[in-house]
Design a protein around this ligand. Structure first.
Ligand code: SF4
Length: 500
């Protein structure tokens, strides 16, 4: 990847790494086409599997403590700020810290969208700085400012002279990408270009990009054994902490979709090794990840001893549960990172994945490699039907009705609820650390066991709920449906016909 920190703009995932938002086929085909570069996404005229990338990008940045987010756009664009603000406060409280991060919308009106409002923006930035004294100011664009060509960069350059904290333009025009995860890259780019400083000294720290740091205490404990200290990003990070992440021994992340841009950026710009391995879900993932950390930080011996100690505790227990899980069939619907990581864990537990749905798919990561989770599945000859961006409930219901799996696993509560109404046992993989390492993999296996042992809730609910789908819709062969529409835009219109 050629990182250009002199430009405030980041190319979209579609353009940079060939990400797609439409595919139907199987895992092998998806991975092979990704590797040889022939993968092409198909179009959809109707999609609910997407959202504005600004929620994602600015949500990441607002999680940093004591900063200001200025969203330059109509008030509707700032609607997501309420959710971010609430979440940031809850996360800070949970951690026992405080944050004075503010989220300000510039409320562009009709006149502003015709004549521009750079003067107002300038005043707002200065006023926000005067009133709230943030540690950094992120000034975001929107579709409206993008369409009229509002020169946010020049405004930011001007006010930098008058403000003594970093001020950075963040290009979040929602229309530019169908992939919300482009927002992760936009946030990372802003942090890399304006907050991270060149290293002065090396520290025994390891950058850990995650969402909500729920396993923070146990990860700190574990890394202590290896004389390493994790720096969790960006939830509850301080600007001061972020300014030093170039001094860490390595960067890792809970999910490649989330951390790939930052990891590669820090490696390219400051030589901080990025741990490129399958993620920490399941035993194979956790051990592979730990060993890679051992390799890049020179701590292989200590880490190997830890692995052997933990294996003795957890593997016998896990093997017992695996006997009862063997032969179960599952459908899985998650983000592109977790879909293929969790597929590996299910395989490890003896559960057959019959269909996997991903919100989008990253053909390659910044370094040009196929995502490690995909590579693992391919190298180990694991194959199943896979599709991209078809997680509207009407589609998930069709797949579940056709395959009648023993369970459905999702990282998004909406579809989990619908699966249960459909009579399918569902496990909501809510927390990013739910399958992390030995302890949580064992808990995850127990959760699945509990879910399938007693199915009365799903059965009773399904008996009492009338879903809005016609028999005609359930009878549609979803494979054929996708196949027919592979290169057309009629998928949504046809599907809509299946809903009363
Ligand atoms: S930036 Fe664009 S896509 Fe995002 S909320 Fe505003 S108008 Fe909608």
């Amino acid at each position: 990847m050629a990182l250009n920190l002199n430009s405030s703009n980041v190319a979209t995932r579609e353009n940079r790494i060939g990400s797609i938002t439409g595919y139907i086929g199987n895992l092998k085909d998806l991975a092979e086409k990704s590797e040889c570069g022939t993968l092409r996404g198909c179009g959809r005229c109707f999609s609910q599997s997407s959202t504005c990338l600004s929620s994602c990008g600015l949500g990441q940045l607002s999680a940093i403590r004591d900063v200001a987010i200025i969203h330059h756009g109509p008030s509707g664009c700032s609607a997501a700020s309420a959710g971010s603000y609430y979440l940031d406060k809850v996360m800070a409280k949970k951690r026992g810290v405080t944050t004075s991060t503010v989220y300000v919308g510039t409320d562009m009106n009709e006149q502003d969208t015709i004549f521009g409002s750079t003067n107002k923006l300038r005043e707002i930035i200065l006023e926000v700085n005067r009133r709230y004294k943030p540690k950094a100011i992120f000034v975001s664009s929107s579709c409206a400012t993008g369409i009229i060509g509002e020169d946010i960069d020049s405004v930011v350059d001007e006010v930098k002279e008058e403000i003594d904290v970093p001020v950075v333009a963040v290009h979040c025009e929602g229309f530019k990408s169908r992939i919300w995860a482009t927002g992760f890259d936009i946030a990372d780019h802003a942090v890399l270009s304006a907050i991270v400083q060149p290293p002065k000294q090396k520290r025994n720290t390891i950058n850990f990009k995650n969402f909500y740091e729920s396993a923070r205490p146990e990860i700190i404990e574990m890394f202590k054994k290896f004389d390493l200290e994790p720096v969790f990003l960006y939830c509850n990070s301080t600007v001061e902490e972020l300014s030093h992440i170039s001094e860490s021994l390595a960067t890792t992340c809970i999910c490649g979709t989330l951390g790939n841009y930052l990891g590669n950026g820090l490696e390219e710009k400051y030589g901080v090794p990025y741990v490129r391995s399958i993620n920490q879900c399941g035993i194979i993932g956790f051990e592979t990840w730990l060993r890679e950390i051992g390799r890049v930080t020179g701590r292989s011996e200590k880490i190997e001893a830890y692995i052997q100690e933990q294996r003795a505790i957890y593997i016998p227990q896990l093997e017992e549960i695996k006997k009862e899980l063997k032969g179960l069939r599952a459908v899985i619907g998650m983000g592109p990172g977790y879909t293929f990581e969790v597929s590996r864990v299910l395989n490890e537990l003896g559960i057959e994945v019959v269909w996997a749905l991903a919100w989008h798919y990253d053909k390659k990561y910044e370094n040009g490699d196929v995502p490690p989770s995909m590579k693992y599945l391919l190298d180990n000859d694991i194959n199943f039907e896979a599709s991209v961006s078809d997680q509207q409930n009407y589609e998930v219901m069709n797949v579940l009705h056709k395959y009648k799996p023993d369970l459905y696993l999702s990282r998004h509560p909406g579809s989990t609820v619908w699966a249960i109404k459909n009579g399918t046992t569902a496990v909501y993989v809510a927390d990013e650390y739910m399958i992390f390492g030995y302890k949580h993999t064992l808990e995850f296996a127990k959760t699945i066991l509990d879910s399938i042992r007693n199915r009365s809730f799903e059965q009773n609910l399904a008996k009492r709920v009338k879903l809005p789908y016609t028999d005609w819709w359930y009878e549609q062969n979803v494979d054929k449906f996708f196949e027919e529409n592979k290169n057309s835009d009629t998928a949504g219109a046809k599907a809509a016909g299946g809903v009363k």
